[in-house]
Design a protein around this ligand. Structure first.
Ligand code: PLP
Length: 296
């Protein structure tokens, strides 16, 4: 498995640690982050970070990400010594991509930088802004990748970390034995070589994402945010809760509200990009509900 991932990313196998999904590796990354005085975390953020950081009693400083701003406009206060950074790019839930150049100064400033690239593979290779190629130059850099999203394997549980071999050896001492089962390892090796599926997915997304984005932007009171991932975050002028219920009742479509992201509340929802037909079904349902005169 390590050899297959190493070949895929052109990096030696001892710089790679497969895990039981990205989630497991984030746990160990957070254990290391928690040893520092403070961890900067952009918010809103994937909720599992809080689980992992709290498990090791980390001190977290939230850095609000102004939703909708271009990535290059992100300004970080200069960190004091012994500060870590946990960054997610492409970012869940906004779908925003941080450029490599914007991250570079942070590698010099922070004691430890953990980059969750769980959604990076949804970009075609030339558009990716992965920091994997810098890992060998920065011993304070950890990259976490997931295979469960791009390859639709959430139940199989498979991800990997790319970091300095000494760090990964330490993580292996901490974790349960046999974290990656043999089915996951076998499938992982095969999917990484499935270039036909990879191209099919990039081609689908290049058409389906603009279709859904444009359709949503045309609907009254909805503003989708530009995204490079396989989902769109959508801002709504009115509460999403009624819209969600009505869409489920009338059209049997469940959109994901963002109540679990405290910074977003009830004015946002996040939708997966699906086939052109399914996207159109969602657009038709939303149009029907938003066009009603009763304000729902
Ligand atoms: C940003 C982000 N990172 C990591 C994960 C976890 O991925 P895995 O299924 O590989 O544990 C998720 C899952 O939703 C996620 O959204």
């Amino acid at each position: 498995m390590r050899q297959a991932i190493g070949q895929f990313h052109q990096i030696a196998p001892d710089w790679i640690l497969p895990g039981n999904g990205a989630a497991e590796l984030l746990t160990w990354a957070c254990r290391e982050l928690a040893e520092l005085d403070t961890i900067y975390l952009f918010t809103p953020a994937f909720s599992d970070y809080t689980r992992a950081l709290n498990a090791f009693e980390a001190t977290v400083q939230a850095i609000p990400l102004t939703v909708g701003l271009e990535a290059s406009n992100v300004l970080l206060p200069t960190p004091p010594a012994a500060t870590g950074l946990l960054l997610n790019t492409p970012h869940n839930p906004t779908g925003r991509l941080f450029s490599r150049e914007s991250i570079l100064p942070w590698l010099e400033q922070f004691s430890l930088v953990v980059i969750d690239e769980a959604f990076m593979d949804f970009l075609p290779p030339v558009q990716q802004q992965s920091l994997i190629e810098w890992v060998e130059d920065y011993p304070n850099l950890v990259i976490v990748r997931s295979l469960t999203k791009f390859y639709s394997l959430p139940g199989l549980r498979l991800g990997y970390a790319i970091a300095h071999p000494d760090r990964l050896k330490r993580w292996q001492q901490w974790r349960d034995p046999w974290s990656v089962n043999s089915l996951a390892a076998a499938v992982g090796e095969v999917v990484l070589q499935d270039t036909a599926f990879q191209h099919q997915t990039w081609n689908w997304l290049a058409t389906a994402r603009p279709q859904l984005f444009t359709g949503l932007a045309k609907l009254p009171g909805l503003q989708p945010l530009p995204s490079v991932a396989n989902f769109l975050l959508v801002q709504s002028d009115r509460s999403v809760v009624d819209l969600q219920t009505e869409l489920l009742k009338t059209h049997k479509i469940l959109i994901r509200d963002c109540l679990s992201f405290p910074q977003l509340g009830d004015r946002y929802f996040r939708v997966a990009i699906r086939t052109l037909e399914e996207n159109q079904r969602l657009l038709n349902g939303l149009k029907e509900i938003l066009g009603r005169g009763d304000g729902v």
